[in-house]
Design a protein around this ligand. Structure first.
Ligand code: ZN
Length: 391
């Protein structure tokens, strides 16, 4: 078993190590830029672009209530005014609470079971459904197809091995909404816990670039994807938005949303259970972010998650540094998870280990639409529709 330590310097870059003096992003992001005070470009983006436009207060609340009133008018007579994709994680659970209890909406909760739900997440979804008296619709993904695409990504050497899950969550929700005539999608996307977005190279390449997904599957897949839901980024951005008028609303940016307070509220009101870390509602994502990505590639997503909390005043830089100085899970648990993931994906432990030790690739090694997507993002930023920095 590999014994490389978590983190810094494992990535293939030759820059001297440097860490931001304000957050904890560092040169494990090969494209990070520092100013003369040692502050990084993520911090600059936060202070210059996000903060001035972010109003999680009465002003924001007044703005979002207008949007909600329009949604209510526009959907008069419908049982559900909107749809919310729920994973059992904090952000989506909290947005369900806000929709029902603060906005007075009756959203349809929509869940995708891709085979990796943790017990806590399944429980949390039920607690939210029962506690708020909402209706839940669950789509179960064909496991053999899911498994084949996940195996293909692992065999490819790409860091984006969580793309199959991201793709299926995203595509299922949007396809379901369009098919069933839902115009409004409320998401838990927010600046408060996500204002520092990991760079694309950290296994965060666009999950809806179907040219990339298809190339990896064509090369490493073993069965046809007949029912696997997909939604190409252009279909989503152009067809769904323009033609079908699908609107995405992110309510959590308009009201105070703090991780600890929100967690406590869900615990107290619904018996919801907290996770050790963001994205741990999926057992695969937990393994990917706490083992595969940091140890194979040197990318630790806790750095951007915790930097978001630092910038928004929810965590001290010292506490964040302490947290990333050690692995997120105990070594014996990581070994057990390695065996669990291998078995579930029909790899022997030795096979999965061989892929783990295999050459590291990036999305650039495969067919992709990166240039086209970058152009689209640039246009969105110029139009003021995208505030986060993608790079
Ligand atoms: Zn910084």
């Amino acid at each position: 078993m590999n014994t490389r330590l978590n983190g810094d310097g494992v990535g293939a870059h030759s820059r001297p190590y440097q860490i931001c003096t304000n957050c904890i992003m560092d040169t494990s992001d090969s494209s990070i830029v520092f100013d003369e005070n040692g502050r990084c470009d993520y911090c600059a983006n936060y202070y210059n672009n996000i903060l001035p436009n972010w109003q999680p207060n009465e002003i924001g609340m007044a703005r979002i209530m207008k949007v909600i009133e329009n949604i209510k008018k526009d959907t008069k007579g419908q049982t559900h005014e909107c749809i919310i994709g729920i994973s059992g994680g904090l952000d989506s659970s909290y947005v369900a609470y806000v929709a029902k209890e603060i906005f007075g909406l009756n959203p349809l909760l929509y869940h995708v079971d891709a085979g990796w739900n943790s017990d806590i997440s399944t429980n949390n979804i039920q607690k939210i459904v029962d506690g708020l008296g909402l209706e839940l619709y669950t789509d179960v993904i064909n496991w053999n197809e899911m498994k084949d695409l996940q195996r293909a990504f692992i065999k490819s050497g790409s860091p984006d091995i969580d793309t199959p899950q991201d793709l299926v969550f995203f595509s299922s929700l949007y396809n379901f909404a369009v098919k069933n005539g839902y115009k409004y999608i409320l998401t838990g996307g927010n600046f408060s816990t996500e204002c520092v977005r990991e760079p694309l190279e950290w296994g965060a390449y666009y999950q809806t670039d179907m040219r990339y997904v298809r190339d990896i599957h064509n090369r490493f897949g073993e069965r046809k994807l007949k029912t696997f839901p997909t939604c190409d980024i252009f279909k989503y951005k152009i067809l769904y938005r323009v033609l079908h008028g699908v609107r995405v609303v992110k309510p959590l940016d308009y009201l105070p949303f703090y991780k600890e307070e929100a967690t406590r509220l869900l615990e107290d009101k619904f018996g919801w259970q907290r996770y050790q870390h963001k994205h741990h509602e999926s057992r695969f994502t937990r393994f990917y972010e706490s083992f595969w990505l940091p140890r194979k590639f040197g990318f630790d997503k806790r750095k951007n998650h915790l930097s978001s909390l630092i910038l928004t005043g929810q965590l001290s830089r010292e506490a964040a540094l302490e947290r990333v100085s050690r692995p997120e899970l105990p070594e014996d648990e990581l070994q057990k998870e390695f065996e669990f993931v291998a078995k579930k994906l029909d790899f022997t432990v030795e096979e999965l280990h061989r892929h783990f030790e295999g050459p590291n690739k990036t999305y650039r090694d495969f067919k992709n639409n990166a240039k086209l997507v970058a152009l689209g993002t640039k246009v969105m930023q110029l139009l003021g529709l995208e505030k986060r920095a993608f790079k």
